[in-house]
Design a protein around this ligand. Structure first.
Ligand code: HEC
Length: 253
């Protein structure tokens, strides 16, 4: 198992305090990555109305559902039971005419007052449909993520996740029995796929066909970091107890 290039500091022979420190870190980040996965399933995963992340979800999230506004999508979706079909048809007709302002007061405002404003006007966090501006906002064609929000999410994602991969890679770099170039490649993969992932969001915003890159990116770094975490845990907690000594001053004595 031990390789001539494995240093004196390696996972199977770590002192108990370092071992618990690394293990605690790996358990918490592992849990965090799983939670991130669940959150992606529930937000982006539901963008096309079906559970599970698909190409459509990514296209809806970043490119948008062009040819449809959020208002129309909701009136045919989760808000369908909030108004009778004649009212919904009238609102949708108005939206498709470009939501003309001169029809707001005489025709449309009343429909919202009767069917929508008991919630959209009272529940904090929901757009206030007493105001034409709020209605216009959801009546616009859905263009997906804005450049503004993409810039914000991109830099948080890059900084935050680089930190996680740095420590996972650092711990894994102390593993034994893996050829240095293989180790180096595995450590490098998550960073490359992270860049690919973030880059793909921007591509999809303008070219929806690139959505497959987002899936490859996410899949690539999940597999590589999962492999590093499991290998590190195995080498810290299983190998030392199999009686194979990797160092004279191993903590077992
Ligand atoms: C009983 C309360 C209630 C009523 C009545 C209601 N809504 Fe909603 N609406 C919600 C809630 C809660 C949400 C957020 C959850 C969701 O998107 O399904 C929402 C979300 C929306 C959204 C998405 C808002 C956003 O910022 O993404 C639109 C558009 C919308 N409703 C339109 C309507 C219209 C049009 C009507 C009237 C025909 C209506 N709603 C009536 C509770 C209500």
């Amino acid at each position: 198992m031990k390789n001539s290039t494995d240093g004196w500091l390696n996972l199977p022979s770590l002192s108990l305090p370092l071992r618990t420190l690394f293990t605690g870190y790996l358990l918490v980040t592992g849990l965090g990555l799983m939670m991130a996965g669940v959150q992606i399933l529930l937000t982006h995963g539901m963008a096309d109305g079906k559970l599970g992340v698909s190409i459509d979800d990514i296209v809806y999230s970043y490119y948008g559902d062009r040819g449809n506004s959020r208002l129309e999508a909701k009136l045919n979706g989760s808000m369908k039971d909030k108004a009778p079909v004649e009212v919904r048809t009238q609102i949708i007709q108005w939206v498709q005419d470009g939501a003309p302002e001169q029809d707001w007061e005489p025709k449309v405002k009343g429909l919202f007052k009767q069917n929508c404003t008991q919630c959209h006007g009272n529940i904090p966090g929901l757009p206030d449909f007493n105001k034409l501006a709020a209605v216009k906002h959801v009546a616009e064609v859905d263009k997906g993520a804005s450049v503004d929000s993409l810039t914000r999410v991109s830099h948080i994602h890059l900084f935050g996740i680089a930190f996680i991969f740095f420590f996972i890679g650092l711990i894994f770099s102390l593993s034994v029995g893996i050829k240095p170039w293989v180790k180096a490649t595995i450590i490098f993969i998550p960073f490359i796929f992270l860049i690919l992932d973030v880059f793909s969001w921007w591509l999809v915003k303008w070219y929806p066909n690139f959505a497959v890159l987002t899936i490859i990116g996410g899949f690539g770094y999940s597999v590589a970091s999962g492999f590093m975490m499991l290998t590190s845990l195995y080498q810290m907690w299983i190998i030392p107890f199999k009686g194979e000594s990797h160092n004279e001053n191993t903590w077992k004595g």
